[in-house]
Design a protein around this ligand. Structure first.
Ligand SMILES: [Zn+2]
Ligand SMILES: [Zn+2]
Length: 367
C-alpha cells in the first residue's frame, strides 16, 4: 500500500485553502482508510474558513463525511460492525470507549479525545494528516465511530445524516416531542427543515416554522414538504398570532435552530405554552437578546434547554429516515462542488457570493 496518494485541501490560515497531496498511510489490525464520496458543508465550515471559529491551522476541514471503507484491519471492522466496501458515515467525534464519559454513553465528552480530535478540526501535521473531509481519503483512527449507510442511499443525500440527526435530537429527543404535540421551529435552513421533518415523524400534530424576510421565502415555501403545516415570515407576520390562529394554541415545544438571530430566544418564550419546552440550539455570537424576558420563564414555568451536539442513536435514526424516503431530502435545493469549486460554494452559502444560496451544500471529491 505504499505510494498511494491522497488529494486534499488544507486550510493553512483563514481564507487560504491550499491543494496538497498527502501519502495514504499503511494500516494495521486496528485502523483503516475511507475513500471519501461526499462531505456535507455547514455554517461551521464557513466559520473555519473565515477564521471566526478558532481552529488549529493548518488542517483539512470537512466533518460531515460519507464514503466507502477502502481498507481496514480485522479488529477495526469487528468493532465498527462493517466490512470493506461498505458505505458509512463518519461521526465527528472519536471515542476511547474506556473513560467514564465514553462508558456512560457521553462520548462527545471523551476524556482522551474531546474537542481537539474532531474530524475536520485536527492539525494536518498530526500523522497521518488525513483528518478532514475535503480530501479523497480519510484516515479511520482506531477510536473513530462509523455508522452504516442503508443500502441504496445516495452518498450525497446520506450527508444529510448530520443535520437530520441534529433535527431528531433537538426537536424530538431532547424536548420529548410526541404524538399530538404542537411544535414551532425557528429557522428554515437545512437544520430547520430537518427539525420539522423529525417532529412530524415523531407524531407532532402541528408544526410551524419561521423565517425572516425575502431571503428565507424559498425555504419557507419548501418547508411544507418537510412536515411544516404553517410557514411564517416574522418580518411581516406576528408568529404568536399566526400560531394561535392555525393551531388553536401555543406550542408544547419550540426549537431554535437560527444562526445569528438575537431576537429568536425572545420569540421562543412568547410562542411556548406554560410548562412547555424551549430548546436553544442556535448561537447568536452576541450576549444581546432583544425581547428576551426572563420573567416569562418564571411565570410560564418554561423549561429552557440548550442543545449542541448529536449522538449515534440520532444519527442512526436519521439514516433510517433518509432511506425511508418519507421526506424529499433527495430533492433539497443542493449545490455540489469539487476541489476547485469549494471556496465559491462556501461564499454562496454565507450569502457573500452573488448567486442562489443553496439549502444543502456538499463537497464531492470527483466533481
Ligand atoms: Zn457541520
Ligand atoms: Zn473516552
Amino acid at each position: 500500500m505504499t505510494g498511494a496518494r491522497a488529494e486534499a485541501l488544507v486550510l493553512a490560515r483563514p481564507g487560504a485553502l491550499e491543494a496538497r497531496s498527502l501519502s495514504v498511510p499503511g494500516t494495521g489490525a486496528d485502523d483503516g482508510i475511507l475513500r471519501i464520496e461526499a462531505c456535507g458543508l455547514c455554517g461551521t465550515d464557513h466559520e473555519q474558513y473565515t477564521g471566526h471559529l478558532g481552529a488549529p491551522y493548518a488542517f483539512i476541514p470537512g466533518h460531515e463525511v460519507v464514503g466507502v471503507v477502502e481498507r481496514a484491519g480485522a479488529d477495526a471492522l469487528a468493532r465498527w460492525g462493517v466490512s470493506v466496501g461498505d458505505r458509512v458515515a463518519v461521526e465527528v467525534f472519536m471515542s476511547c470507549r474506556e473513560c467514564a464519559s465514553c462508558r456512560s454513553g457521553a462520548y462527545r465528552r471523551c476524556e482522551r479525545h474531546g474537542l481537539g480530535d474532531m474530524y475536520g478540526f485536527v492539525d494536518v501535521e498530526k500523522a497521518p494528516g488525513l483528518w478532514g473531509g475535503y480530501a479523497t481519503h480519510l484516515y479511520l483512527a482506531p477510536d473513530a465511530l462509523l455508522l452504516p449507510v442503508p443500502a441504496g442511499l445516495d452518498p450525497v443525500v446520506a450527508t444529510v445524516f448530520n443535520p437530520l440527526g441534529a433535527g431528531l435530537r433537538w426537536a424530538v429527543e431532547v424536548p420529548g416531542t410526541g404524538a399530538g404535540d404542537v411544535v414551532v421551529v425557528l429557522g428554515p435552513g437545512v437544520r430547520g427543515l430537518a427539525a420539522c421533518a423529525a417532529a412530524k415523524a415523531a407524531g407532532a400534530e402541528f408544526v410551524m416554522v419561521t423565517g425572516v424576510g425575502p431571503r428565507d421565502a424559498d425555504r419557507l415555501a419548501l418547508a411544507t414538504r418537510f412536515g411544516a403545516d404553517l410557514a411564517v415570515d416574522v418580518s411581516t407576520t406576528d408568529p404568536v398570532r399566526a400560531l394561535r390562529g392555525a393551531a388553536g394554541r401555543l406550542a408544547d415545544v419550540v426549537v431554535d435552530v437560527t444562526a445569528k438571530a438575537p431576537a429568536a430566544p425572545g420569540q421562543a418564550l412568547h410562542l411556548v405554552r406554560p410548562s412547555g419546552t424551549v430548546v436553544l440550539a442556535g448561537t447568536r455570537g452576541t450576549p444581546d437578546a432583544p425581547g428576551f424576558d426572563p420573567d416569562l420563564i418564571v411565570y410560564k414555568e418554561i423549561r429552557v434547554v440548550g442543545a449542541l451536539g448529536v449522538d449515534a442513536p440520532a444519527y442512526r435514526s436519521a439514516l433510517a429516515l433518509l432511506a425511508s424516503g418519507a421526506f424529499p431530502f433527495a430533492d433539497l435545493p443542493r449545490r455540489t462542488a469539487g476541489f476547485a469549486g469549494i471556496e465559491e460554494l462556501l461564499g454562496l452559502m454565507a450569502g457573500e457570493t452573488a448567486g442562489e444560496r443553496p439549502v444543502h451544500a456538499v463537497f464531492v471529491p470527483g466533481a
